[in-house]
Design a protein around this ligand. Structure first.
Ligand code: BDR
Ligand code: CA
Length: 322
Protein backbone atom coordinates (compact mmCIF):
# COMPACT_ATOMS: atom_id res chain seq x y z
CA UNK A 1 0.00 0.00 0.00
CA UNK A 2 1.08 3.59 -0.64
CA UNK A 3 1.68 5.32 2.66
CA UNK A 4 0.54 8.92 2.96
CA UNK A 5 0.66 11.58 5.65
CA UNK A 6 -1.59 14.58 5.09
CA UNK A 7 -0.92 18.02 6.52
CA UNK A 8 -4.13 20.04 6.29
CA UNK A 9 -6.02 23.17 7.35
CA UNK A 10 -9.45 21.69 6.76
CA UNK A 11 -11.11 23.81 4.72
CA UNK A 12 -13.67 22.68 2.14
CA UNK A 13 -11.11 21.58 -0.46
CA UNK A 14 -8.93 19.97 2.22
CA UNK A 15 -12.02 17.96 3.19
CA UNK A 16 -12.35 16.90 -0.45
CA UNK A 17 -8.66 15.95 -0.53
CA UNK A 18 -8.91 13.88 2.67
CA UNK A 19 -12.00 12.08 1.38
CA UNK A 20 -10.26 11.35 -1.93
CA UNK A 21 -7.28 9.82 -0.13
CA UNK A 22 -9.44 7.77 2.24
CA UNK A 23 -11.38 6.30 -0.68
CA UNK A 24 -8.42 5.59 -2.96
CA UNK A 25 -7.62 1.95 -3.49
CA UNK A 26 -4.17 0.90 -2.29
CA UNK A 27 -3.61 3.95 -0.08
CA UNK A 28 -2.98 3.95 3.65
CA UNK A 29 -3.17 7.26 5.54
CA UNK A 30 -0.73 6.98 8.44
CA UNK A 31 -1.97 10.16 10.06
CA UNK A 32 -3.34 13.64 9.50
CA UNK A 33 -1.42 16.59 10.93
CA UNK A 34 -3.35 19.83 11.36
CA UNK A 35 -2.14 23.39 10.90
CA UNK A 36 -3.64 26.88 11.25
CA UNK A 37 -4.83 28.28 7.93
CA UNK A 38 -8.29 28.50 6.44
CA UNK A 39 -9.64 28.69 9.98
CA UNK A 40 -8.13 28.69 13.51
CA UNK A 41 -6.44 25.44 14.53
CA UNK A 42 -9.26 24.39 16.86
CA UNK A 43 -11.70 24.43 13.95
CA UNK A 44 -9.21 22.63 11.71
CA UNK A 45 -9.01 19.78 14.23
CA UNK A 46 -12.78 19.62 14.60
CA UNK A 47 -13.36 19.76 10.84
CA UNK A 48 -10.84 17.00 10.22
CA UNK A 49 -12.60 14.79 12.76
CA UNK A 50 -15.96 15.57 11.14
CA UNK A 51 -14.61 14.44 7.77
CA UNK A 52 -13.23 11.24 9.29
CA UNK A 53 -16.54 10.60 11.01
CA UNK A 54 -18.60 10.82 7.83
CA UNK A 55 -16.13 8.42 6.21
CA UNK A 56 -16.37 6.10 9.19
CA UNK A 57 -12.58 6.40 9.63
CA UNK A 58 -12.08 7.87 13.08
CA UNK A 59 -9.33 5.26 13.44
CA UNK A 60 -6.98 7.56 11.45
CA UNK A 61 -4.88 9.50 14.00
CA UNK A 62 -5.23 13.29 13.98
CA UNK A 63 -2.42 15.47 15.37
CA UNK A 64 -2.43 19.03 16.65
CA UNK A 65 0.09 21.22 14.85
CA UNK A 66 1.03 24.89 14.88
CA UNK A 67 -1.66 27.43 15.71
CA UNK A 68 0.42 30.35 14.41
CA UNK A 69 2.73 31.05 11.47
CA UNK A 70 6.49 31.20 12.18
CA UNK A 71 6.76 34.98 11.82
CA UNK A 72 3.75 36.42 9.99
CA UNK A 73 0.47 37.55 11.51
CA UNK A 74 -2.23 34.91 11.51
CA UNK A 75 -4.71 35.05 8.66
CA UNK A 76 -7.70 32.89 7.83
CA UNK A 77 -10.05 32.49 4.88
CA UNK A 78 -13.39 32.58 6.68
CA UNK A 79 -15.14 34.62 4.02
CA UNK A 80 -14.57 31.78 1.57
CA UNK A 81 -14.58 28.57 3.65
CA UNK A 82 -17.03 29.84 6.27
CA UNK A 83 -16.32 31.08 9.80
CA UNK A 84 -16.02 27.49 10.97
CA UNK A 85 -13.88 26.63 7.92
CA UNK A 86 -16.38 24.11 6.66
CA UNK A 87 -19.11 26.13 5.01
CA UNK A 88 -20.89 27.07 8.27
CA UNK A 89 -23.03 23.95 8.07
CA UNK A 90 -22.56 22.64 11.62
CA UNK A 91 -22.87 19.09 12.88
CA UNK A 92 -24.21 19.04 16.46
CA UNK A 93 -22.79 15.51 16.87
CA UNK A 94 -19.28 16.40 15.73
CA UNK A 95 -16.60 14.38 17.55
CA UNK A 96 -14.94 16.19 20.47
CA UNK A 97 -11.31 17.28 20.44
CA UNK A 98 -10.47 14.58 22.97
CA UNK A 99 -10.14 12.34 19.89
CA UNK A 100 -7.00 14.30 18.92
CA UNK A 101 -3.69 12.53 19.71
CA UNK A 102 -1.45 13.76 22.52
CA UNK A 103 1.67 13.72 20.35
CA UNK A 104 2.21 17.02 18.51
CA UNK A 105 2.11 17.19 14.71
CA UNK A 106 5.78 17.92 13.91
CA UNK A 107 6.94 15.13 16.25
CA UNK A 108 4.37 12.68 14.87
CA UNK A 109 5.45 13.51 11.34
CA UNK A 110 9.09 12.82 12.18
CA UNK A 111 8.19 9.56 13.95
CA UNK A 112 5.96 8.25 11.16
CA UNK A 113 8.55 8.98 8.48
CA UNK A 114 11.36 7.44 10.54
CA UNK A 115 9.29 4.31 11.10
CA UNK A 116 8.85 3.94 7.33
CA UNK A 117 12.02 5.34 5.72
CA UNK A 118 11.74 5.85 1.96
CA UNK A 119 8.10 4.80 1.91
CA UNK A 120 6.04 7.81 2.94
CA UNK A 121 4.64 10.51 0.67
CA UNK A 122 3.72 13.71 2.45
CA UNK A 123 0.83 15.75 1.08
CA UNK A 124 0.65 19.34 2.33
CA UNK A 125 -2.47 21.36 1.62
CA UNK A 126 -2.06 24.02 4.31
CA UNK A 127 0.39 26.77 5.25
CA UNK A 128 3.72 24.95 5.65
CA UNK A 129 4.38 25.77 9.33
CA UNK A 130 4.32 22.15 10.56
CA UNK A 131 6.65 21.02 7.79
CA UNK A 132 9.12 23.82 8.55
CA UNK A 133 9.08 22.90 12.26
CA UNK A 134 9.61 19.22 11.46
CA UNK A 135 12.64 19.79 9.22
CA UNK A 136 14.21 22.05 11.83
CA UNK A 137 13.82 19.32 14.43
CA UNK A 138 15.00 16.55 12.09
CA UNK A 139 17.06 17.83 9.14
CA UNK A 140 17.31 14.28 7.77
CA UNK A 141 13.53 14.08 7.30
CA UNK A 142 13.47 15.02 3.57
CA UNK A 143 15.91 12.30 2.58
CA UNK A 144 13.67 9.70 4.27
CA UNK A 145 10.54 10.87 2.45
CA UNK A 146 9.49 9.22 -0.80
CA UNK A 147 8.04 12.48 -2.09
CA UNK A 148 6.39 15.71 -1.06
CA UNK A 149 3.23 17.07 -2.71
CA UNK A 150 2.34 20.68 -2.00
CA UNK A 151 -0.70 22.73 -2.88
CA UNK A 152 0.54 26.28 -2.86
CA UNK A 153 2.40 29.04 -4.60
CA UNK A 154 1.93 30.45 -8.05
CA UNK A 155 3.70 30.55 -11.39
CA UNK A 156 2.52 33.83 -12.90
CA UNK A 157 2.61 36.18 -9.91
CA UNK A 158 -1.15 35.80 -9.76
CA UNK A 159 -2.56 36.00 -6.26
CA UNK A 160 -5.73 34.76 -4.66
CA UNK A 161 -4.96 36.40 -1.29
CA UNK A 162 -2.65 39.32 -2.05
CA UNK A 163 -1.82 40.86 -5.42
CA UNK A 164 0.87 38.27 -6.07
CA UNK A 165 0.37 35.68 -3.37
CA UNK A 166 -1.49 32.38 -3.03
CA UNK A 167 -3.10 31.72 0.38
CA UNK A 168 -0.90 28.91 1.77
CA UNK A 169 2.35 30.69 0.85
CA UNK A 170 1.10 34.07 2.11
CA UNK A 171 -0.28 32.64 5.36
CA UNK A 172 3.23 31.48 6.31
CA UNK A 173 5.75 32.78 3.78
CA UNK A 174 8.78 32.02 5.98
CA UNK A 175 7.65 28.41 6.37
CA UNK A 176 7.13 28.10 2.60
CA UNK A 177 10.66 29.48 2.10
CA UNK A 178 12.15 26.96 4.54
CA UNK A 179 10.28 24.03 3.02
CA UNK A 180 11.24 24.86 -0.59
CA UNK A 181 14.83 25.28 0.57
CA UNK A 182 15.25 22.23 2.80
CA UNK A 183 13.00 19.48 1.44
CA UNK A 184 15.28 17.96 -1.15
CA UNK A 185 13.06 14.95 -1.82
CA UNK A 186 11.08 14.88 -5.11
CA UNK A 187 8.73 17.84 -4.58
CA UNK A 188 5.57 18.24 -6.64
CA UNK A 189 3.80 21.59 -6.54
CA UNK A 190 0.17 22.13 -7.48
CA UNK A 191 0.09 25.91 -7.84
CA UNK A 192 -2.86 28.26 -7.85
CA UNK A 193 -2.85 28.91 -11.61
CA UNK A 194 -2.40 25.19 -12.34
CA UNK A 195 -5.49 24.33 -10.31
CA UNK A 196 -7.50 27.06 -12.07
CA UNK A 197 -6.40 25.78 -15.48
CA UNK A 198 -7.34 22.19 -14.62
CA UNK A 199 -10.75 23.04 -13.18
CA UNK A 200 -13.87 20.96 -13.81
CA UNK A 201 -17.25 22.13 -15.12
CA UNK A 202 -20.03 22.81 -12.62
CA UNK A 203 -22.09 20.17 -14.45
CA UNK A 204 -19.60 17.59 -13.13
CA UNK A 205 -20.17 18.86 -9.59
CA UNK A 206 -23.92 18.34 -9.97
CA UNK A 207 -23.35 14.71 -10.99
CA UNK A 208 -20.74 14.28 -8.26
CA UNK A 209 -23.04 15.51 -5.49
CA UNK A 210 -26.09 13.67 -6.80
CA UNK A 211 -24.65 10.34 -5.59
CA UNK A 212 -27.00 8.87 -3.03
CA UNK A 213 -24.57 8.58 -0.09
CA UNK A 214 -24.02 10.28 3.27
CA UNK A 215 -20.65 11.46 2.01
CA UNK A 216 -22.25 13.23 -0.98
CA UNK A 217 -24.88 14.83 1.25
CA UNK A 218 -22.14 16.00 3.64
CA UNK A 219 -20.15 17.44 0.71
CA UNK A 220 -23.22 19.23 -0.65
CA UNK A 221 -23.80 20.89 2.76
CA UNK A 222 -20.22 21.97 3.41
CA UNK A 223 -19.51 23.19 -0.14
CA UNK A 224 -22.61 25.22 -0.95
CA UNK A 225 -21.23 28.44 0.60
CA UNK A 226 -17.94 28.27 -1.36
CA UNK A 227 -19.85 27.49 -4.54
CA UNK A 228 -21.92 30.66 -4.06
CA UNK A 229 -18.86 32.72 -3.11
CA UNK A 230 -16.80 31.61 -6.08
CA UNK A 231 -19.43 32.96 -8.43
CA UNK A 232 -19.34 36.46 -6.94
CA UNK A 233 -17.47 39.22 -8.76
CA UNK A 234 -14.92 39.46 -5.94
CA UNK A 235 -13.80 35.84 -6.37
CA UNK A 236 -14.08 35.74 -10.14
CA UNK A 237 -11.23 38.27 -10.19
CA UNK A 238 -8.93 35.76 -8.49
CA UNK A 239 -9.52 33.06 -11.02
CA UNK A 240 -7.75 32.41 -14.30
CA UNK A 241 -10.44 33.07 -16.89
CA UNK A 242 -12.56 30.02 -17.67
CA UNK A 243 -12.05 28.45 -14.22
CA UNK A 244 -15.10 26.62 -12.89
CA UNK A 245 -14.96 24.11 -10.02
CA UNK A 246 -11.45 24.43 -8.59
CA UNK A 247 -10.77 21.97 -5.76
CA UNK A 248 -7.15 23.12 -5.32
CA UNK A 249 -6.05 20.72 -2.60
CA UNK A 250 -7.30 17.55 -4.27
CA UNK A 251 -4.77 17.89 -7.12
CA UNK A 252 -1.88 17.43 -4.71
CA UNK A 253 -3.35 14.29 -3.18
CA UNK A 254 -4.49 12.96 -6.57
CA UNK A 255 -0.92 13.14 -7.90
CA UNK A 256 0.32 11.29 -4.80
CA UNK A 257 -2.32 8.57 -5.26
CA UNK A 258 -1.81 8.02 -8.99
CA UNK A 259 1.28 9.31 -10.71
CA UNK A 260 -0.04 8.55 -14.18
CA UNK A 261 -2.55 11.35 -13.59
CA UNK A 262 0.15 13.97 -14.12
CA UNK A 263 0.42 14.52 -17.88
CA UNK A 264 2.69 17.56 -18.02
CA UNK A 265 5.12 19.13 -15.58
CA UNK A 266 8.18 21.34 -15.51
CA UNK A 267 11.29 21.05 -13.34
CA UNK A 268 12.70 24.29 -12.03
CA UNK A 269 14.31 25.60 -8.84
CA UNK A 270 11.91 27.69 -6.78
CA UNK A 271 11.92 29.99 -3.79
CA UNK A 272 9.59 32.42 -2.04
CA UNK A 273 9.80 36.21 -1.96
CA UNK A 274 9.94 37.40 1.66
CA UNK A 275 10.50 41.13 1.23
CA UNK A 276 8.36 42.72 -1.46
CA UNK A 277 5.64 45.24 -0.70
CA UNK A 278 3.24 43.54 -3.10
CA UNK A 279 5.10 40.31 -3.73
CA UNK A 280 5.71 38.86 -0.25
CA UNK A 281 4.71 35.19 -0.34
CA UNK A 282 4.93 34.93 -4.11
CA UNK A 283 6.68 31.84 -5.46
CA UNK A 284 9.66 32.69 -7.64
CA UNK A 285 10.76 30.35 -10.46
CA UNK A 286 14.47 30.46 -11.22
CA UNK A 287 14.46 29.67 -14.95
CA UNK A 288 17.84 31.37 -15.39
CA UNK A 289 19.36 29.23 -12.61
CA UNK A 290 20.81 32.31 -10.97
CA UNK A 291 20.06 30.99 -7.48
CA UNK A 292 22.38 28.02 -8.12
CA UNK A 293 20.02 25.68 -6.28
CA UNK A 294 20.70 21.99 -6.90
CA UNK A 295 17.18 20.91 -6.06
CA UNK A 296 14.46 21.47 -8.63
CA UNK A 297 10.77 21.27 -7.86
CA UNK A 298 8.32 19.56 -10.19
CA UNK A 299 5.70 22.13 -11.11
CA UNK A 300 2.45 20.43 -12.10
CA UNK A 301 1.02 21.71 -15.38
CA UNK A 302 -1.76 19.42 -16.56
CA UNK A 303 -3.53 16.35 -15.25
CA UNK A 304 -5.67 13.68 -16.90
CA UNK A 305 -9.07 15.11 -16.02
CA UNK A 306 -10.91 11.82 -16.62
CA UNK A 307 -8.74 10.07 -14.01
CA UNK A 308 -9.11 13.05 -11.68
CA UNK A 309 -12.91 12.95 -11.99
CA UNK A 310 -12.88 9.22 -11.23
CA UNK A 311 -10.91 9.82 -8.01
CA UNK A 312 -13.39 12.54 -7.01
CA UNK A 313 -16.38 10.32 -7.78
CA UNK A 314 -14.88 7.50 -5.67
CA UNK A 315 -14.36 9.93 -2.79
CA UNK A 316 -18.12 10.16 -2.24
CA UNK A 317 -19.02 6.53 -2.87
CA UNK A 318 -20.15 4.25 -0.08
CA UNK A 319 -17.14 1.98 0.28
CA UNK A 320 -13.47 1.80 -0.38
CA UNK A 321 -12.98 0.02 -3.73
CA UNK A 322 -10.32 -2.42 -2.50
C1 BDR B 1 -5.33 27.09 -0.78
O1 BDR B 1 -5.75 27.98 0.26
C2 BDR B 1 -6.83 27.42 0.97
O2 BDR B 1 -7.89 28.32 1.07
C3 BDR B 1 -7.24 26.17 0.25
O3 BDR B 1 -7.64 25.18 1.18
C4 BDR B 1 -6.01 25.76 -0.50
O4 BDR B 1 -5.15 24.97 0.29
C5 BDR B 1 -5.63 27.70 -2.11
O5 BDR B 1 -4.92 28.90 -2.26
CA1 CA C 1 -5.97 23.90 2.33
Amino acid sequence: KKKLIMDVDTGVDDAQAIMMALAAPGVEILGITCCHGNTPLKNVLKNTLRVLKVCNRLDVPVYRGCAEPLVAHKRHAGDFHGKDGLGDAPDPDAPGLDAVQEEKAALALIRMVNENPGEVSLVATAPLTNLAMAVNLDPSLPEKLKALYIMGGNTESRGNTTVCGEFNFVADSEAAYVVLDRYTCPTYIATWEFSCRNSLPWSFVDTWLAQDTDKARFMERISSLTRKMVQTERYQKELVSGTEFNSCDTYAVAAAIDHTLLTESEQVAVTVELQGTHTRGMMVLDHLELLKKKHKAIIMKTVDLEKFKQLLMNALKMKKLI
